[in-house]
Structures are given as structure tokens and as C-alpha cells.
Design a protein around this ligand. Structure first.
Ligand SMILES: Cc1ncc(C[n+]2csc(CCOP(=O)(O)OP(=O)(O)O)c2C)c(N)n1
Ligand SMILES: [Mg+2]
Length: 285
């Protein structure tokens, strides 16, 4: 169990990042909020606790790498990068505008901190495995973290990467499967049933861990013991809630992409501010 202060402070940071997500949606009028909010706690823990990164020097040679394979979850990545100081928060207000540095899917040529352009599902794990292999070949210590969606797993390229990562013993590679049960058109098991996801990864030669991906204690517990097994890549199967923190949208496929109304934006803003105030007291108290 992570110590209380560490967890409380990360929970508060995640709550502030959720406010950043809302700020972007208000600017653009819409956004892929569902998957961003289910993955956001994990991205927060990575950037504020685990990864060796420097916002002043985003290309630092030995930095840990983060690949958001499910690129449509980019509001989470933008929210966290802004909170961590990779770019000016005013850029959040350009979401949805022409020539914005924070487009609908992440662009490494536009925004510092983005390692690869993602959005066409199924590529992030291959890129991450390539980077992890490069670290091994160069005898570097950095780790590579990736997030995939559960609805992304039917893409065959994931499994080529899974096989290669195990074959080359990439124990510096970690993939979080954001197992929120929903994809763009509904229940993931109805669109393409990939269960048992854990057994599939194990059969490819991966170590597997199970956590609640919206529980900061459990995220830290998983991250504190990487590699889970020496010589094997790690898959962390994360139970999450789609649109976590958006009270009226949680667990609803309709909030995969939200066309926001001013009334609901106001409601969410109020609720998220209350959550930040509550967590601030927890941190101070
Ligand atoms: C190759 C490819 N096919 C289809 C899409 C369209 N698409 C965007 S998001 C999405 C659903 C992804 O579901 P999941 O991985 O569960 O992510 P979540 O919605 O839970 O964030 C789909 C099919 C895409 N972006 N890329
Ligand atoms: Mg999903």
C-alpha cells in the first residue's frame, strides 16, 4: 500500500487534470471524454510519480516513454502534460480550433511530450515494443509504458507486438489495458469478444497483474513492482469506469464522444470543483 500522502496528492492532481479535460471540452464543444476519463488516473500516476521525464527537456535521451496507443483518449494525455508543465495551460483553450497544437488525436510534431502519432488503433504497442527493444540494445535503463483500450485489442498488430515483446524478453515494457468494458459502439464483448484477455497475454509469455485502474493506491502498487517478472513484459489489466468523474456520463457508451451542452458543462464544472476542494482538504489535513 502506497503511503497516504503520496496517494492523496496524486488523487488531487488527477482531479485537477479532470478539470483540464473539461476546460478543453468547453473550448471545443465536444471530445472523446469517455476513454480519456477512464485512463486519466493511470496517466496521472505515470507522469507525476513513476516516469523519469523533464518537462523542460521533453526529448531527454534517457527519459521513460509513454505511448497512448488508443489516441482518441488524448484529452487525458493533454490534461496531464499541461498539469505537469510540458506546455502552457492556455493551449487547452484551443482544443477543437484550427491549427491547434492539441488536435483530436495526438501529434508528436505539434506537442512536446508526445512520443508518437496515435489514433489509428492497434499501433501503440508495436511502437512501444520497438522503443523497449531499443533501450535493451543500447543498454539503457528507461522503461516504456503504453495504454491500450479494451476495444482496441481485436487489432491484430497488438498480438504481433505481444509475441515479439515476449520473445525478446522486454521486461522494460508495461502495457495497461484500459478495461472499461465499452468501445465506440457499445459492449466490447458484443463487438468482438477478446476474453480471456489475461490468459491470452500469459500464453504469449507476459506477466499479468490485475488492478482497479481508477484506484490510485492500486495503480501505484502495480507500478512499484515493475518488472512483475524478470525477463517478461508486464500487462496490467485495469478495471475502469468509462467517463469516470463525469457523474451523468459514467459507464455509458453515449459518452464515448460527448457533444457537450452548456448546462451539463456547468454541472460537471461544479461537481469537479467540489471534488478538488474535498481532496485539497484531504491533502492539507
Ligand atoms: C484502426 C481503427 N479502427 C477504428 C477506429 C475508430 N475508433 C475510434 S475509438 C474506437 C473504440 C475504441 O474502444 P476502446 O479501445 O475500448 O477505447 P475507449 O472507447 O474505451 O476509450 C474505435 C473503433 C480507429 N480509431 N482506428
Ligand atoms: Mg473501452
Amino acid at each position: 500500500m502506497a503511503d497516504k500522502k503520496r496517494t492523496a496528492s496524486l488523487k488531487l492532481t488527477a482531479a485537477k487534470c479532470r478539470q483540464n479535460v473539461l476546460r478543453m471540452v468547453r473550448a471545443g464543444g465536444h471530445g472523446h471524454v469517455g476513454g480519456a476519463l477512464s485512463a486519466l488516473d493511470i496517466v496521472t500516476a505515470l507522469y507525476f510519480d513513476t516516469m523519469n521525464v523533464d518537462p523542460e527537456n521533453p526529448k531527454m535521451e534517457d527519459r521513460d516513454r509513454f505511448l497512448l496507443s488508443a489516441g482518441h483518449k488524448c484529452l487525458a494525455q493533454y490534461a496531464v502534460l499541461a498539469e505537469r508543465g510540458f506546455f502552457d495551460k492556455e493551449i487547452l483553450d484551443t482544443y477543437g480550433k484550427l491549427a491547434s497544437k492539441i488536435p483530436g488525436h495526438p501529434d508528436m510534431h505539434k506537442l512536446p511530450g508526445v512520443e508518437a502519432n496515435t489514433g489509428a488503433l492497434g499501433h501503440g504497442l508495436s511502437i512501444a515494443a520497438g522503443m523497449a527493444m531499443s533501450a535493451k540494445l543500447d543498454k539503457k535503463d528507461y522503461k516504456v509504458y503504453a495504454i491500450t483500450g479494451d476495444g482496441e485489442l481485436p487489432e491484430g498488430s497488438n498480438w504481433e507486438a505481444a509475441a515479439a515483446a515476449a520473445k525478446f524478453g522486454l521486461d522494460n515494457l508495461v502495457v495497461f489495458v484500459d478495461n472499461n468494458g465499452l468501445q465506440i459502439s457499445g459492449d466490447v464483448t458484443k463487438v468482438m469478444d477478446m476474453r480471456p484477455v489475461d490468459e491470452k497475454f500469459k500464453s504469449f509469455g507476459w506477466a499479468v497483474k490485475y488492478i482497479d485502474g481508477n484506484d490510485m493506491d492500486q495503480i501505484l502498487y502495480a507500478l512499484d513492482s515493475i518488472p512483475e517478472e524478470r525477463g517478461k513484459p508486464t500487462m496490467i489489466l485495469c478495471s475502469t469506469v468509462k467517463a469516470k468523474g463525469l457523474s451523468f456520463g459514467e459507464n455509458q457508451a453515449g459518452f464515448h464522444f460527448w457533444n457537450a451542452t452548456p448546462e451539463l458543462l456547468d454541472q460537471a464544472e461544479k461537481e469537479m470543483q467540489e471534488e478538488v476542494d474535498r481532496l485539497t482538504k484531504e491533502v492539507l489535513g
